[in-house]
Design a protein around this ligand. Structure first.
Ligand SMILES: Cc1ncc(COP(=O)(O)O)c(C=O)c1O
Length: 486
């Protein structure tokens, strides 16, 4: 089934191949800044390509900031400023159904084997989690009389946990009281409740693209449609593109990961968040904010969520401790503004409420002071590991490979040459005992066919070999597809 879905995607573009090859020459120093590049005529002849194809390739290099076009004169090399980053998808956003089906589940199930090199699932490094403390709390709270196992946990959930969350919010400039929070069984439950409270089947949600596939699956299961709004690889959601989509289509809610994107690892500026909240508030559209990664910002402090700029209760802020402390505890929360009562009711009708025991553990852990220590260690480690893995990829993968420069979290978003099929690569990598996540999972229409997400959380010098192996698999696919051109 996985294979069949891969084949639905389109084939590569020649102009991109030409641009990638020229970029490789520019980055290798073959042309000095200010030096004239080959004329359009020469490139047409060398590549047996049309003038339009070559001119489009030069336009792409201009957008990448590598080439300057001088009227009547030609194209000139600019100094490459930073490593090559993945590009914004050029597509014009239009509403569509989500077609993931069981693909994400199958890929995740295939990646779970602990013997695989763990570049797949977005799991934190177990060695950086406060597991001993969480286990101690589980045992001691479990022993206490009335620990919670004797009761249902009814929405809005543990007051101790809501107090602990509210205190932390105050610390990063987001004024939320404990009574404005509902605790959930992880971030995904919070997001799904937010979708159910704001949209009905058949309506459309605008989302960041690429988007965390868990949310795409919820959208699909609820019978909603999506408009995928492009994201810049460093600045995140394009508010301009969102504005245009909202002018054209009826949208019931917007989902953004402005404090930390999975898979891009971007964080938006406070100005961009304020603008986003303002635009949506003016139009009366709720913003669902997925902020599961914000605590893992590498530097400049914990990003303020867009919720900090909410003036009329239209931001539903969803978060959890899954990436930073304990994924298996399944503790998350939502501050849902004017949707609070609806969220409580939806949660109650679904599963009554999350486990009181795990909420109590999380409450004591968050109050204890150990969390900040653990975050400091993790942020430093993930900044170093993502940078080291990105450098290894750029050293070893074929020309045309582009890698994100995350400032949040532990994942890299890798764009490979056009004709690589990430689902085929996923299958080949598994045979080599390496788990990766194919890019198709991050779009409603499996659009990111030549992209993969790699998890750098457990990166070490020993991981280099796996990257070299993966690079070999990518090169082999290129050779097969291009008969040696790539
Ligand atoms: C961006 C994002 N949002 C939400 C989730 C789900 O969070 P949780 O594991 O707390 O349900 C994840 C998990 O991968 C994620 O990466």
């Amino acid at each position: 089934m996985i294979h069949g879905m891969a084949k639905q995607q389109g084939s590569g573009s020649r102009y991109r191949e030409i641009a990638d090859r020229l970029e490789q020459s520019l980055r290798s120093g073959a042309y000095k800044p200010g030096q004239r590049l080959p004329s359009v005529r020469i490139l047409c002849r060398n590549w047996q390509a049309s003038i339009t194809t070559v001119v489009t390739a030069y336009h792409l290099l201009e957008r990448r900031g590598l080439v300057e076009t001088r009227a009547q004169s030609g194209h000139y090399a600019l100094p490459p400023s930073s490593p090559p980053e993945p590009e914004m998808p050029p597509n014009r956003p239009t509403p569509t159904d989500v077609g993931l089906g069981q693909l994400a589940l199958r890929v995740m199930q295939g990646s779970l084997d602990s013997r695989l090199v763990p570049f797949g699932i977005a799991m934190p490094d177990p060695a950086l989690l406060p597991s001993d403390e969480i286990h101690r709390l589980l045992i001691s709270i479990g022993r206490e009389h009335a620990s919670g196992c004797e009761h249902y946990g009814v929405p809005p959930g543990s007051r101790d946990l809501r107090m602990a969350i509210a205190r932390r919010c105050g610390g990063f400039g987001c004024a939320i009281g404990p009574d404005q929070i509902v605790t959930t069984a992880g971030g995904l439950e919070a997001l799904t409740l937010a979708l159910r409270a704001t949209c009905h089947a058949g309506q459309t949600v605008a989302i960041e693209s690429p988007m965390y596939y868990g949310l795409l699956q919820s959208i699909e299961a609820l019978g909603l449609r999506v408009i995928e709004i492009p994201c810049h690889p460093r600045h995140g959601l394009s508010v301009e593109a969102l504005r245009e989509a909202l002018d054209e289509y009826e949208v019931s809610a917007v989902v953004s990961m402005s404090a930390g994107s999975n898979p891009l690892g971007t964080r938006a500026t406070d100005e961009a968040k304020r603008e986003l909240v303002g635009v949506l508030s003016d139009k009366g559209i709720p913003l669902i904010e997925d902020d599961v990664l914000g605590d893992l910002a590498h530097d400049q402090g914990r990003p303020r969520p867009a919720k900090a700029f909410d003036r009329d209760g239209s931001v539903l802020w969803c978060s959890s401790i899954s990436k930073s402390a304990a994924p298996g505890l399944r503790v998350g929360w939502i501050a849902a503004g004017r949707y609070q009562a609806a969220i409580e009711h939806l949660q109650f009708t679904n599963a009554v409420g999350p486990s009181p025991l795990t909420q109590e553990v999380a409450a004591r852990f968050l109050t204890g002071g150990g969390y900040d220590r653990c975050l400091r260690r993790a942020r430093r480690a993930y900044a170093e590991r993502t940078a080291a893995m990105a450098a290894a990829i750029l050293r070893t993968f074929p020309a045309g490979t582009r890698v994100s420069q995350p400032t949040v979290g532990f994942c890299l978003w890798v764009e490979m040459p056009n004709d690589v099929d990430a689902l085929d690569l996923y299958a080949a990598a598994l045979r080599s005992h390496i788990a990766i996540t194919p890019g198709q999972l991050f779009s409603a229409k499996l659009r990111y066919r030549h992209f993969i997400r790699l998890n750098a959380a457990q990166w070490s010098a020993a991981s280099q070999g796996a990257i070299v192996k993966l690079a070999g698999l990518v090169a082999a696919q290129c050779r097969r597809q291009h008969k040696g051109r790539c």
